[in-house]
Design a protein around this ligand. Structure first.
Ligand code: BGC
Length: 254
């Protein structure tokens, strides 16, 4: 049955901030203020729950107004369970996250991976709108998040930020996320060499039709995307800061 839901709430849990807003699902736009609180130090489940409560409370959405609530998180999320913890507290490994939040918030929620929801936001309402075939969204931030969407259908939980580099201990995100550029104070040109390796590798493995590059650094796309030489078209994400909120809301309403 088609859903009559026209608005939903999205909350995006990140390494530094927890952001939320009410989303118009026809337009894929925020129709409320964007609320942001700092991610509690250590990002333990109970502290994160309190912060999410604050965000949802500030948005003043009650349980009775029928708005779905989607929550995005930087880990593998399988049937509501978080299975990994690359840049968050280890307490999230093998944790019933969705149930924990539902109990804590006293309402139904939909819990999903942060890159997956950002991919959904870009395919439904952004840079990859109307694109058929395989769209690969990568978010370049503290880690590298990836979303694979084929003909509009999300293939959840691709974790391609953790591809290994032959002969190296550390994974792709350690080498090529935007945090690597900051950590090692790389120039755009030096960082682009690493991105070239990464996107070429994805190209070899998946032959995608389009790369969409998200994460905060995508606002500087002009500084590094022209330095890449790929067979696949590569374009910046449109929603950047709000992709997690919009995509989490959209998936919760599905
Ligand atoms: C995590 C992914 C997440 C990405 C971006 C990675 O370290 O393993 O689940 O999507 O960071 O936050």
């Amino acid at each position: 049955m088609a859903s009559k839901t026209t608005r939903a709430v999205g909350v995006d849990i990140g390494g530094t901030g927890i952001k939320g807003g009410i989303v118009d699902l026809a337009k894929g736009e925020l129709v409320s203020e964007r609320i942001k609180v700092a991610t509690p130090k250590g990002a333990k489940p109970s502290d994160v729950l309190s912060a999410v409560k604050e965000v949802v409370g500030t948005l003043e959405v009650g349980d009775d107004d029928g708005m779905p609530l989607g929550v995005a998180f930087p880990a593998i999320v399988k049937r509501g369970r978080t299975l990994s913890a690359a840049n968050v507290s280890e307490e999230w490994i093998d944790f019933e996250a969705e149930k924990f939040f539902e109990d804590g918030l006293g309402r139904a929620i939909h819990f999903a991976n942060d890159a997956d929801v950002a991919g959904v936001a870009e395919v439904r309402y952004g840079a990859a709108r109307g694109k058929d075939g395989l769209v690969m969204l990568t978010t370049l931030g503290t880690g590298i998040g990836t979303a694979m969407i084929y003909d509009g259908m999300l293939v959840p939980n691709s974790e391609l930020g953790h591809l290994q580099r032959a002969g190296h201990k550390r994974d792709a995100e350690w080498y090529a996320a935007s945090s690597a550029m900051e950590r090692e104070q790389l120039s755009w040109k030096k960082w682009a060499v690493r991105l070239q390796w990464y996107y070429e590798y994805l190209e070899l493995l998946f032959s995608p039709d389009l790369f969409v590059v998200g994460g905060g650094v995508s606002k500087n796309a002009d500084d590094f995307l022209p330095l890449l030489d790929l067979r696949t078209p590569v374009i910046p994400a449109v929603h950047r800061n709000n992709a997690g909120i919009i995509g989490a809301a959209a998936l919760a309403a599905d």
